[in-house]
Write a protein that binds this ligand. Structure first.
Ligand code: URA
Length: 211
C-alpha cells in the first residue's frame, strides 16, 4: 500500500475499500473488523475518537458501546442531530488488543487515513474526543481539562476539543462539562466562521494534521 495510491483516492467508499485491505501494522492480525467511520460524507461536524474498542471491533462501527450511547444522547439532546448528520471516525481504524493505548507507530501508519477522511469530508469543525485524539491532532501532549471547550484555530480550520464520552460515564461532573461543551459546539455551528475570535491559537502548524 503506497502513498501515491492513497493520494489518488477521491471518494470515501474507495477509501473504505482501501483501508479494509490494510496490513500496514500488526493490528491487522488481531482485528475482527476495520472500523472506518460512519456518517454523512458532507458533514459540517466530524468527531474524532481514539481507537475502536471491543464492540466497535465486532460491529465495524465507531462508538457503539456505552460511551457511544452517551455520544448519541449528547448529539440528540444538545445538538438535535443524529449520526447521519455528522461524521465519526477514530485515529486508529483497528482495535488495539485489550484496549491498550495506541502505539506511536500504529498512529503513524493510520494517521494518513484520518487525514484523507478529513480532506474528503472537509467538515467546518472537527471535535476531538479526549486527551489522546486531541494530542494526536495537535501533535503535542495536551491537558484535556485545560483545553476542552475552547476553539483552536489551525490555519483556516477549527478544532474543538472536548472530553472523551467514556470519561463522562462514571463522573457526573465530567458529564456536565461535556454537556456544556456541546452547547458551545452548537453555538459554533450556528455562527459564521470569521467573527468568532479564537480562544486558543496554535502557531506550530499551518492546518489540521499539519497540512
Ligand atoms: N472509544 C473511542 O475512542 N472510539 C470508539 O470508537 C469507541 C470507544
Amino acid at each position: 500500500m503506497s502513498e501515491p495510491e492513497l493520494a489518488n483516492i477521491t471518494d470515501l467508499d474507495d477509501l473504505e475499500r482501501y483501508i479494509n485491505e490494510c496490513t500496514a501494522c500488526p493490528l491487522a492480525e488481531t482485528r475482527t473488523k476495520v472500523v472506518f467511520g460512519v456518517g454523512s460524507p458532507a458533514a459540517d461536524l466530524m468527531f474524532i475518537g481514539e481507537a475502536p474498542g471491543f464492540h466497535e471491533d465486532q460491529s465495524g462501527e465507531p462508538f457503539v458501546g456505552a460511551a457511544g450511547r452517551l455520544l448519541d444522547e449528547l448529539l440528540d439532546t444538545v445538538l438535535g442531530l443524529s449520526r447521519s448528520d455528522i461524521y465519526i471516525a477514530n485515529v486508529l481504524k483497528c482495535r488495539p488488543p485489550g484496549n491498550r493505548d495506541p502505539l506511536p507507530e500504529e498512529i503513524e501508519h493510520c494517521l494518513p487515513f484520518l487525514r484523507k477522511q478529513d480532506e474528503l469530508i472537509a467538515p467546518k469543525i472537527v471535535c476531538t474526543l479526549g486527551k489522546h485524539a486531541t494530542s494526536v491532532v495537535l501533535r503535542k501532549n495536551i491537558s484535556i481539562s485545560r483545553i476542552h471547550g475552547k476553539l483552536v484555530r489551525l490555519g483556516g480550520r477549527r478544532l474543538f476539543p472536548t472530553y472523551h464520552p467514556a470519561a463522562g460515564l462514571y463522573n457526573g461532573s465530567t458529564k456536565q462539562l461535556l454537556i456544556e461543551d456541546f452547547h458551545k459546539l452548537k453555538h459554533l455551528l450556528t455562527v459564521d466562521d470569521e467573527p468568532e475570535p479564537p480562544v486558543e491559537e496554535s502557531q506550530e502548524q499551518m492546518d489540521l494534521f499539519g497540512r
